[in-house]
Write a protein that binds this ligand. Structure first.
Ligand SMILES: [Zn+2]
Length: 233
């Protein structure tokens, strides 16, 4: 299995290289998140693929067209089941292996989901408020009882306006922490947070960083940052 994007790339705006396009044409199957998360990548995949192109969010409950469903570990279950079923479709001989691997991973997801839920419950209810860089956390917030109060960038690849910055400054007054994301320039958020005396933590969404190279590590990283930033224990 190969990933089309390099680690740390912004999936919303990433453009595929010529060698990526060759990989697309040779792949037996391509999995996309869908909902236009990978705008340019998705289009190239659909045009050049020889095998099936599967959108993993298809059939899952979508909020306002937002593509970041995997940040709710319960919704990630839907991705895993779909991957298992689609791999079995193109390679029926592998069924036993796909089923065993999926079952094992689904158990890990159930543990992760419970761990996230319990960890976030340790944050005082009035502090379960999220200010993040881009609008990636609606599903996480919905599942684990947080409220998204503001995002810095209205849409990925777009710089915040003076008006956005002033709204942001109002929104972060009194929140325990704000969260930047490593794949985006955080200058604006850091500046506004400093003015308000609010500490800045990291959250991961669409990209891995050094030391965090799997989905489960990404979710645990977020859990720890949320608990630390918002005053849980
Ligand atoms: Zn995103």
């Amino acid at each position: 299995m190969d990933s089309l994007l390099p680690s740390g790339a912004d999936v919303h705006t990433y453009e595929l290289s010529a060698s990526n396009v060759a990989d697309v044409a040779q792949a037996d199957i391509i999995f996309l998140n869908g909902l236009d998360l990978e705008e340019q990548v998705g289009e190239i995949a659909r045009t050049n693929a020889n095998g099936p192109v599967i959108e993993l969010t298809e059939g899952l409950p979508v909020i306002d067209g937002n593509p970041h469903l995997w940040l709710d570990a319960k919704l990630a279950v839907g991705y895993v089941e779909r991957i298992r079923d689609e791999l079995t479709n193109i390679d029926p001989d592998g069924r036993t292996v796909y089923e065993a691997n999926a079952t094992e991973y689904l158990e890990e997801l159930a543990t992760l989901d419970l761990e996230m839920e319990l960890a976030i419950l340790t944050i005082p209810a009035e502090d379960r408020r999220l200010v993040t860089f881009h609008d990636a956390y609606v599903y996480l917030a919905e599942r684990y009882g947080l409220e998204v109060v503001a995002v810095v960038a209205p849409s990925p690849g777009q710089e915040p306006s003076a008006r956005d910055i002033s709204d942001l400054s109002d929104a972060i007054e009194g929140v325990p922490a704000v969260f930047k994301e490593p794949q985006f320039n955080a200058d604006v958020l850091e500046l506004v947070a400093e003015e308000q005396g609010v500490p800045v933590f990291d959250l991961l969404s669409d990209a891995y960083v050094d030391g965090v190279g799997t989905y489960i590590q990404l979710m645990r990283f977020n859990m720890n940052q949320l608990v630390e930033g918002l005053g849980g224990d």
